[in-house]
Design a protein around this ligand. Structure first.
Ligand code: MTE
Length: 315
């Protein structure tokens, strides 16, 4: 079977910030840019502008989802199970000070301060599709750099086969981690994992911003992973540790419901969730459902990673 990336748009009109932000958001952003030095951090801890060069080659030519939708319709169970909970409650998360530890099967383990991490590699803006396993999708202009830039600095050993991502564990910042509070609990901290070749793939983005701004708390401040060809739950938020392992890591949703959420979780219209079809999706902001694309439209870049894998078995 020939799998190719379906063209999503014919024109070359990548969305400019002033089009994907509403007029009010755009003006607020412009106002933030004119703040005096020292004012910006104090006055706008969220919404602080973050400069990045657009990576056209890795950007979809589709209109971005409205900023307001991308920041108020969220999955971040550390703040609750309802979509508006993260935007309402995420003010308790403190994205500074923050460190990310890279360790496990590496020659050079290191704890990176978040501000050093931001300077580790040139920041790029990439317009990616995000497809949630629940059947909705968004188009989001993320800011970050390839995770590979960070992992290669750690010098993985020959035994390293997987990367495990761990979200901060701190019930004082994440009310949802006080498990009884919302009547539902994952096994905290949230962990996710990728095969090392997936983690090193050029599409896999260590993400620190979106829509020209630092990452809002509800989207996983100060740093998360974005893996655009997989269901959104593979993209762990607010991470504090990346550990390279020889064994496939246990992951939060797989532990909670292994028959529903596999380790691979590549976007796949041909493999349904046990409780709903994955053949179509609803793009947030649109009315009609649209067909789900294999690997979320990134098949030409990632299908070779799975050439010898039965994707029905390894869902
Ligand atoms: N990371 C953590 N730590 N906790 C979560 O609940 N939810 C995942 C993923 N990362 C989640 C997480 C799911 S299900 C999705 S769809 C995406 O984050 C949503 O990202 P967004 O809210 O920025 O759109």
């Amino acid at each position: 079977m020939l799998i190719s990336r379906a063209p999503r748009f014919t024109s070359n009109d990548i969305t400019d910030a002033k089009h994907y932000l509403t007029r009010r958001e755009w003006m607020l952003g412009a106002a933030a840019l004119t703040l005096l030095p020292g004012e910006s951090a104090a006055a706008t801890p969220q919404g602080e502008p973050l400069k990045a060069a657009r990576n056209d080659a890795q950007s979809l030519r589709e209109p971005a989802t409205k900023f307001e939708s991308a920041t108020t319709y969220n999955n971040f169970y550390e703040f609750g199970v309802n979509k508006p909970d993260p935007a309402r409650l995420a003010h308790t998360l403190k994205p500074r000070p923050w460190t990310v530890r890279v360790d496990g099967l590496v020659h050079k383990p290191k704890t990176h301060d978040i501000d050093d991490l931001l300077r580790l590699s040139p920041l790029e803006e990439r317009v990616y599709a995000l497809r949630c396993v629940e059947g909705w999708s968004m188009i989001i202009p993320w800011i970050g750099f390839p995770l590979a830039s960070l992992l290669k600095r750690a010098e993985p050993t020959g035994q390293a086969k997987y990367a495990e991502f761990t979200t901060l564990l701190d019930p004082s910042q994440f009310p949802g981690q006080r498990s009884s509070l919302f009547g539902f609990s994952l096994d905290w901290p949230y962990t996710e994992g990728l095969r090392l070749d997936e983690a090193l793939h050029p599409l896999t983005l260590l993400t620190v911003g979106m829509y020209g701004q630092v990452l809002p708390n509800q989207n996983g401040a100060p740093v998360r992973v974005v893996v655009p060809w997989k269901y959104g739950f593979k993209s762990a938020k607010s991470i504090v540790r990346i550990r390279l392992t020889s064994e496939q890591p246990a992951t939060a949703w797989n532990k909670a419901a292994p028959q529903e959420y596999g380790f691979y979780s590549n976007v796949n219209p041909a493999v349904d969730h046990p409780r709903w079809s994955q053949a179509t999706e609803r793009r947030i902001g649109e009315f009609r459902r649209r067909p789900t694309l294999p690997f979320n439209g990134y098949a030409d870049q990632v299908a070779p990673l799975y050439a010898s894998l039965d994707l029905k078995k390894y869902y």
